[in-house]
Write a protein that binds this ligand. Structure first.
Ligand code: GLU
Length: 286
C-alpha cells in the first residue's frame, strides 16, 4: 500500500468501518482491539473506509470516525484508504471470474440486491438467493443487471481442503469450508451492484485486505459466517488468506447487538458527557 513501509513478516491489522453512521461502543471495541494487537506485535494498523454504498456513506461520518479514533488515542499507519477511490480497480477483478464461468447476471428485485450489498448485519442477514437467474449467460447481461457468484461452480473449481485459521475465542482453530454448508448458508452472493459497476462489500473488502497486506482481520463475530465466501474469492483470485479473529459483540442492556442507529451509544455522545477514553476501554471490557 502506498505510503507505508511494511517490515517483512509484520503483523498488519485494519479497522474498516462503513461511514454510514456514527461509531458506537461496538466499533470502539473492534478498533481498539485491532490497534492494540498490531501495536503489541510491533506491526501496522490501517484505516479503511468501506464506502462503496455511495447512497448511505457520508463524508461527515468519515470525518467523525477519524476524530473519534484519535480521541480514543488510536493511531493508524499510512493514509486513510477509501474504497470509493478504487472502484475501477475492483471492477477489473470481475473479468477473470466471468472468464471462468463463475458469474451470472441477475435481474431480481432491488430490495434483495440492496440487502446483499450492504455489509451484513447480525439479525438482518439477507435472504438466501434462490438462484432464479443462475444459468443465464454473461452475454445476456442487461444494463440494469447485477452480477452474482455461482458459488457451487466456484467451489467445484477449488481444492476440497479450502479453509482459514480463526483465533477469536468463540470459533478458535482451523476451519475447513464445507461446500454444502456454504451453499446453504451463504448462497450466490452479489459481487457487482445492480445497474452500476460497483463491486459489493464481499469482494472489495477481500481485495483490499490482500492488496494492503493485511495479515490479521479483526472484526465482529457477526461477520464470521460470511468469511468462507471471502476465502473462496481469495482462492479464485490467487490472493493470500489472512488469519481471522472474530471478537465478541458489544450488546445493549437488552442483549441486542449495537447498531449504527443506536445513537444513544454513539462515542460522540459519551465524549460530550465527559466520558474518558479509559472509561470507554473499561465499558467494553478491556
Ligand atoms: N465495513 C464493515 C462494517 O462496518 C466491516 C467489514 C470488515 O471488517 O471486514 O461492518
Amino acid at each position: 500500500m502506498a505510503g507505508v513501509t511494511r517490515p517483512a513478516g509484520a503483523f498488519v491489522s485494519r479497522f474498516a468501518p462503513s461511514p454510514t453512521g456514527p461509531l458506537h461502543l461496538g466499533h470502539a471495541y473492534s478498533a481498539i482491539l485491532a490497534h492494540d494487537m498490531a501495536r503489541a506485535a510491533g506491526g501496522l494498523f490501517l484505516l479503511r473506509m468501506e464506502d462503496t454504498d455511495t447512497e448511505r456513506s457520508k463524508y461527515a461520518y468519515e470525518a467523525q470516525i477519524m476524530e473519534d479514533l484519535q480521541w480514543l488515542g488510536l493511531t493508524w499507519d499510512g493514509p486513510v484508504q477509501r474504497q470509493s477511490d478504487h472502484l475501477a480497480r475492483y471492477t477489473a477483478r470481475l473479468a477473470p471470474l466471468a472468464a471462468r464461468g463463475l458469474l451470472y447476471p441477475c435481474s431480481c428485485t432491488r430490495s434483495d440486491i440492496r440487502a446483499a450489498l450492504s455489509a451484513p448485519q447480525e439479525g438482518t442477514v439477507h435472504p438466501h438467493y434462490p438462484g432464479t437467474c443462475r444459468g443465464r449467460s454473461m452475454a445476456s447481461r442487461q444494463p440494469g443487471d447485477a452480477l452474482r457468484l455461482d458459488l457451487a461452480a466456484a467451489l467445484a473449481q477449488l481444492p476440497p481442503d479450502l479453509g482459514f485459521t480463526e483465533t477469536g475465542a468463540a470459533h478458535a482453530g482451523p476451519h475447513i469450508i464445507n461446500p454444502d454448508d456454504a451453499i446453504n448458508r451463504i448462497g450466490d452472493v452479489v459481487l457487482s451492484r445492480k445497474g452500476e459497476d460497483i463491486v459489493a462489500y464481499f469482494l472489495a473488502s477481500a481485495l483490499d485486505d490482500a492488496d494492503h497486506g493485511v495479515t490479521h482481520v479483526i472484526r465482529g463475530e457477526d461477520l464470521f459466517d460470511f468469511t468462507p465466501v471471502q476465502v473462496i474469492l481469495q482462492h479464485l483470485l490467487g490472493l493470500p488468506t489472512p488469519t481471522y479473529h472474530h471478537h465478541r459483540l458489544i450488546r445493549d442492556d437488552d442483549g441486542k447487538r449495537l447498531a449504527k442507529r443506536d445513537d444513544a451509544r454513539a462515542l460522540s455522545k459519551y465524549r460530550a458527557e465527559g466520558t474518558t477514553p479509559q472509561d470507554i476501554r473499561r465499558m467494553v471490557g478491556l
